[in-house]
Design a binder for this molecule. Structure first.
Ligand code: ATP
Ligand code: MG
Length: 395
């Protein structure tokens, strides 16, 4: 086990001034949760604007990197060799052996970067750089120094121990989940809403989800698909509270009473109303959807305006201006694509009209909705009262 620790580098949260600790603490919490899913025992320490993960047992390198690559806020993960001593000759010998183990081919340019926490250390930072550079060149004549544009920066940090690192594994970027408020995602089994969940969480927002289920028109498999998608997104967000609303009665009622070319619009309006009720109950500040302009009739600007009139909460649509292929690319990266393309029916497609309106007016929709007055409030209340809540953990 060459690396006993990992230095977690973060970018944007470094600039949050007095609130920095909030971001750091959230990052530490998320990293702990992510590492709890990995074999091994780890401790996380926060010191002087740095976060270290130290391994307290054997572990699998790839598993740890993968877990940390799901923690938003981390921009880089540097595996670190820790040397218990700070005695110079030992530091040199250990650095030489480190380079030997990490780089098979030593024909690369480098510079040494030094950091001293202990200002009474026998060498200053520039001296550490120069002396270590010289020792490395002696040990490996194929290496060459390039101060301005090195291929590799070899960092030596002297604290109460010595920390050596030169490898950078990319992190996912973003802000730690838990620092950006909470939102309710309308999560369907499609490609777009899981990607929206990922994107909003990447800005630090905690996500909850609601899925509108319409048995028997939508099967248990369709519901399971949504649970599976939530579990995949949960690798990034932590456990997701998924609300499953039984939407059948409302959908059938709209189908019976309203013009079929307006079905999708009216159904979506009721989805938003229900989502808002759940969101308010759980202290969410916004709703999130996977809508993208022009994808389908209900996603024209006119349709979305009429749909969102049904609720007063802000609605965020992270993929609103994305091409489908760009959304697919993210879905593949996040790991939701494979699940999303499974062929289970969606409640919207079951009832979709042949020629849905693309330019609805609010007045015409509201007029149609007057046909629902007799039973709709009762149905909405029943849907809320019978909501099923599933705590979906990362898969
Ligand atoms: P997706 O790929 O996310 O399913 P879509 O392009 O298929 O989106 P629509 O079916 O028109 O689009 O739905 C638009 C948005 O409405 C979805 O992205 C999702 O946020 C929400 N939505 C649609 N159907 C459901 C459902 N059954 N449960 C929860 N949310 C839904
Ligand atoms: Mg869909």
């Amino acid at each position: 086990m060459l690396y006993k620790a990992f230095l977690l580098k973060y970018a944007e949260i470094g600039i949050k001034g007095k609130n920095r600790y909030i971001f750091e603490n959230a990052l530490v919490k998320q990293a702990k949760d992510a590492l709890a899913r990995v074999d091994g025992s780890f401790s996380i320490t926060k010191e002087m604007g740095r976060i270290y993960v130290e391994a307290e047992s054997e572990y699998d390198y790839d598993e740890v990197i993968d877990a940390l690559q799901h923690v938003f806020g981390i921009v880089a993960i540097c595996p670190v060799k820790i040397v218990d001593s700070i005695e110079w000759d030992t530091v040199v010998a250990e650095t030489i052996s480190y380079i030997d183990k990490v780089y098979d081919n030593k024909d690369f340019s480098f510079k040494v970067a030094a950091k001293r926490a202990n200002k009474s250390y026998e060498r200053t930072s520039p001296e550490i750089c120069i002396d270590m550079g010289e020792q490395l060149l002696n040990a490996y004549p194929e290496m060459h120094v390039d101060i301005h544009n090195p291929e590799t920066v070899i960092t030596i940090e002297i604290r109460n121990k010595t920390y050596i690192y030169s490898t950078i594994e990319p992190g996912p970027g973003g802000l730690p989940v838990g620092t950006g408020g909470k939102a309710m995602v309308l999560l369907s089994g499609g490609i777009d809403s899981p990607v929206s969940s990922y994107m909003i969480a990447k800005r630090g927002v905690t996500v909850e989800a609601v899925y509108f289920h319409a048995p028997p028109y939508t099967s248990e498999r369709a519901k399971q698909k949504v649970v599976d998608l939530a579990a995949r997104v949960a690798r990034y967000t932590g456990t997701i509270r998924l609300h499953v609303i039984n939407f059948t009665d409302i959908q059938m009622y709209i189908y019976d009473k309203c013009p079929h070319d307006q079905l999708t619009i009216i159904m979506k309006r009721y989805m938003l109303k229900l989502a808002q009720a759940l969101a308010e109950k759980d202290g969410c500040q916004a709703l999130v959807t996977g809508e993208s302009i022009g994808q389908v009739a209900s996603q024209t600007l006119q349709s979305m305006a009429v749909i969102e009139d049904a609720c007063s909460m802000p609605i965020y649509r992270p993929v609103i201006a994305f091409d489908k292929q760009d959304i697919v690319d993210i879905a593949e990266k996040v790991g939701t694509y494979e699940i999303s393309i499974q062929p289970y029916e969606d409640c919207c497609t079951t009832f979709v009209a042949k020629h849905p309106v693309t330019k609805p007016t609010l007045t015409s929709i509201q007029k149609s909705e007057t046909h629902l007055v007799e039973k709709i409030d009762e149905m909405v209340q029943k849907a809320l009262d019978t909501v099923e809540i599933i705590e979906v953990e990362a898969d």
